[in-house]
Design a protein around this ligand. Structure first.
Ligand code: MSP
Length: 517
């Protein structure tokens, strides 16, 4: 087992302001990165921006700026988003950086040395929006226009071009998928990839000559590299390539997981492993293709004017509420619909009424009845106390299994089942009645058991809601050094007698703007 974990997001085109789709992909990676760190791994979590190519060049022209000035400006929006969403990326790569130029040219040279690239002429269809080549048979006619399956309009391109011998990789790729059944997930996507490869692969045009915003081909700078070859290479650049002997490269490549949206799976699951194998480099271990968000049932698009701004969502509902909602609401891998009502329901029901309330009601009782100090439980716990703590004790293994499958919603379901158990326990034990009846020993035990349960839940939920869970752990006076998953054992249980700060609600209910709180 490696003690390192390398996870990447796609690098985003800088032609646009970041929206909920970008935030979603990076959030999923952030949760995994945080989980792995808390679980004791050395993590590299990479995100960044894809700044070359025709699409970005055109956007720069439209904005009246030189491409470099334009990309400097728009790339910053993605760094701002990372900050606003509390993303914990260890690196942010821009494809206009020198380290990346060096890496791309080195990869190209390796491909040439291995006879994977030859000079020819491209004549065919190209969609600038997708930065992708399409075969005639993939396109439909719409009023004289050629439209790709993605909806992007194609143009006819004819120019000298270098080609990558993709056709030669059909068989090795199929063998690779066979030997590595977890390489593409979910399974339905894996099947799509396999049937696409089975249907035959044509050699791929990997350079362009009709514009110049890109990385020059070594020894033939009239050509610039195809933007997808340039972009995919970012994943090894950030691991130190071309220095394959560096500690960074040795520790982190191959990446454990490339997280992508379903729209760009073909590039990651077919072209990328073929490029790498062609260069005699290891392919990544896994590519997960998640689904797309719609807005109140409609496709999100600039022209419909229904783009969801993540900054706006955070302002309305709170950061951790949005983080929780996006990963809880939809089985990861499926498409999801953003609905304001669903967001409010999750915020009020799951967070305020269930998790928040569990913590809040016992913390308040401890403050009032136990002199604001953690009470001591009796030596011998009752069967229901043990059952509840055992359920919490089993959660780490369950959650780890789900996170390793990128099943965020299942991980959260499992945690929320235990939260529900906790609330049922409090209702059944009724510590307020125990106090009224003078059974202070049992009341202390019940309060202690729930406080310990909340400690474990808050530690486990940190990857999803780092800030709120941090505050919850502050309220239990858990020191920062006691917040990793190694503290999820009895030996690290709360110490009776510890003074607790004043409790304050962590998960507020949604209040309609303008109405009285
Ligand atoms: N630059 C390429 C990726 C190169 S990776 C080597 C690119 N960029 S992009 O800006 O278009 O970002 C695409 C990614 O954004 C998708 O794969 C997906 O991760 C995310 N999303 C964009 N819109 C989305 C939704 N509506 N819903 C969910 N995610 C979507 O492609």
């Amino acid at each position: 087992m490696r003690d390192t974990y390398y996870i990447t997001t796609p690098i985003y085109y800088v032609n646009d302001a970041p929206h909920i789709g970008h935030a979603y992909t990076t959030l999923a990676c952030d949760v995994i990165a945080r989980f792995m760190r808390l679980d004791g791994k050395r993590v590299k979590f990479l995100t960044g921006t894809d700044e070359h190519g025709q699409k970005v060049e055109k956007s720069a022209q439209a904005a009246g700026l030189e491409p470099k000035a334009f990309t400097d400006k728009v790339s910053q929006n993605f760094r701002d988003l990372a900050k606003a969403m509390n993303f914990s990326n260890d690196d942010f790569i821009r494809t206009t950086e020198q380290r990346h130029l060096k890496s791309c040219q080195a990869l190209w040279r390796r491909l040439i040395a291995n006879d994977q690239i030859y000079l020819g002429k491209y004549a065919g269809w190209y969609a600038v929006r997708d930065e992708a080549f399409y075969g005639e048979d993939e396109l439909r006619d719409e009023g004289g226009k050629k439209i790709a399956p993605s909806g992007a309009e194609c143009e006819w391109v004819e120019e000298p071009s270098y080609f990558f011998r993709l056709s030669a990789w059909q068989k090795p790729l199929l063998e690779f998928y066979e030997k590595n059944p977890d390489f593409v997930a979910p399974t339905s996507r894996r099947n799509e990839v396999i049937s696409f490869v089975k249907s035959g692969l044509a050699d791929l045009s990997v350079s362009r000559t009709t514009f110049s915003w890109g990385i020059p081909v070594p020894d033939d700078p009239k050509h610039i590299m195809y933007v997808w070859l340039d972009a995919l290479t970012n994943y090894i650049t950030a691991a130190g390539f071309p220095d394959v002997e560096s500690a960074d490269y040795k520790s982190f490549w191959p990446a454990n997981l490339h997280m992508v949206g379903k729209d760009i799976l073909r590039f990651h699951a077919i072209y990328w492993p073929a490029f790498l194998m062609g260069a005699k480099l290891a392919p990544p271990q896994r590519v997960f293709a998640h689904g797309w968000w719609t807005n109140e049932g409609q496709k999100i698009s600039k022209s419909l004017g229904n783009v969801i701004d993540p900054h706006e969502l955070v302002k309305q509902f709170g950061l951790d509420q949005v983080r929780y909602f996006l990963l809880r609401e939809v089985p990861f891998g499926n498409d999801g619909d953003f609905s304001r009502q669903a967001m409010i329901n999750r915020m009020n029901n799951d967070l305020a009424d269930k998790f928040g309330n569990l913590a809040q009601r016992i913390l308040k009782m401890i403050q009032k009845n136990c002199d604001a100090k953690l009470p001591a439980p009796t030596e011998k716990l009752a069967a229901e106390d043990v059952a509840l703590l055992d359920a919490a004790g089993q959660l780490l293994d369950i959650v780890r299994t789900e996170i390793n499958q990128q099943s965020f919603n299942k991980a959260l379901d499992a945690i929320w089942l235990v939260i529900a158990d906790g609330n049922k326990y409090v209702d059944a034990q009724a510590p307020w009645t125990l106090r009224k009846n003078g059974d202070l020993e049992r009341m202390n035990t019940v309060l202690y058991v729930v406080a310990e349960l909340v400690r474990r839940l808050a530690i486990l939920c940190q990857p999803f809601m780092p800030e709120s869970c941090g505050r919850m752990l502050d309220q239990l006076a858990v020191p920062p050094s006691e917040r990793t998953f190694s503290a999820l054992t009895k030996a690290h249980a709360l110490k009776p007698g510890t003074a607790l700060p004043d409790p304050a609600g962590i998960f507020p209910k949604f209040v309609e703007a303008g109405s009285a709180a």
